[in-house]
Write a protein that binds this ligand. Structure first.
Ligand code: 13P
Length: 336
């Protein structure tokens, strides 16, 4: 078993999942604005440290994705943040893309940037304690999109990124996110997501990536947010599993879904159905941002000194997600 495969399995095994706490300063500011908390470096750290030092972290989380600001911050106990995370047995990770920019040649679409100087930045992050990384490509669905250009160029960037990350001894999370925005049907989401994932693996293979040392972070197959043809979680599971079975090589150790704007309970219920019907060899778990943090953030914003209360809310959410990652979640458990 390769070192990279070991790291990936440490992050994903036994129902554990990933806490995506890698919101950029801009995105975190939007999240804090929405609950009327000033977005200062201290407040951003206060909330995140509450999650990182919770019991839920030790019990349910295998890896945390950090943002550049956070990986360089120091905890209240004077430990570096990656050190605080590692001492709970969790693997620290880092978002390394520099965001999605307008794609020249198809200006309504985006291309993710961050390859320039990446080799050197990765070495710095490795020294700071990171052992896995994230890069997110983003695709819109409409009658003309995603275009072949966006599918091709984002897959190429993801593969070049993954190659540099493995060279540096870390596990790359490969995240092609087909957005939920729009009124498209689940069938269209299935077709577009299949095309996107297929292309990603063509490029990853071309770039000689060790597939046993990556984590795929895809969207689930859902109808668009404004579609009037919503599907049940059983159907989400069936279509998601079919898409992944058909397009993902069997060598990869696991899949960690993004929540992408689903509510906390939707993201949990859908993951649970996926695991109940999982007819693949892949571990199927979560790498949630909003679906792990929303309630905790809301609770914390009412009294930012109430760390214990905030941790309780987070512990419950992480517990529910870990149950779902084993197909053992239920609505009764949720409301206990
Ligand atoms: P969400 O679960 O909020 O979609 O965030 C996951 C993530 O890391 C997006 O890049």
């Amino acid at each position: 078993m390769s070192e990279l495969n070991k790291i990936a399995l440490k992050i994903l095994s036994n129902g554990k999942g990933i806490l995506a706490a890698d919101e950029s300063i801009g995105t975190m500011t939007k999240r804090l604005d929405s609950v009327n908390v000033p977005s200062t470096p201290e407040n951003r750290l206060l909330f995140r440290e509450a999650l990182f030092s919770s019991d839920g972290m030790k019990e349910f989380i295998g890896g945390v994705i950090l943002y550049d600001e956070t990986i360089k911050q120091t905890s209240s106990s004077k430990k570096s943040i990656p050190e605080l995370i590692s001492t709970t047995g969790v693997v620290p990770g880092i978002k390394v893309d520099t965001g999605a920019k307008i794609l020249a040649g198809s200006v309504e679409e985006k291309i993710t940037e961050g390859l320039d100087g990446l080799r050197e930045r990765l070495q710095t992050y490795y020294k700071l304690g990171a052992r896995f990384t994230k890069w997110r490509g983003v695709y819109n669905i409409s009658n003309k999109f995603p275009s072949k250009l966006s599918i091709h160029s984002n897959a190429h960037a993801l593969a070049r990124y993954a190659s540099l990350v493995q060279e540096c001894g870390m596990v790359p999370i490969v995240e092609p996110e087909v957005l939920m925005d729009g009124s498209h049907s689940a069938e269209i989401c299935f077709n577009k997501t299949s095309e996107v994932i297929k292309k990603c693996f063509e490029e990853l293979i071309l770039h000689n990536i060790d597939l046993s040392g990556i984590i795929l972070k895809p969207n689930m197959i859902l109808a668009g947010v404004t579609s009037d043809k919503k599907i049940s979680s059983e159907e989400v599971a069936k279509l998601t599993l079919k898409c992944l079975k058909e397009n993902v090589p069997s060598d990869i150790p696991g899949i960690a879904f993004l929540s992408g704007g689903q509510t906390e309970v939707e993201a949990t219920e859908n993951l649970n159905s996926i695991n109940k019907h999982n007819n693949t060899n892949f571990i199927m778990t979560y790498s949630y941002g909003r679906a792990l943090q929303q309630s905790a953030l809301k609770f914390w914003s009412k009294d930012i000194k109430n760390i214990e209360g905030t941790q309780k809310v987070f512990n419950h959410r992480a517990n529910m997600c870990t149950h779902a990652a084993q197909g053992k979640w239920s609505a009764e458990l949720e409301s206990k």
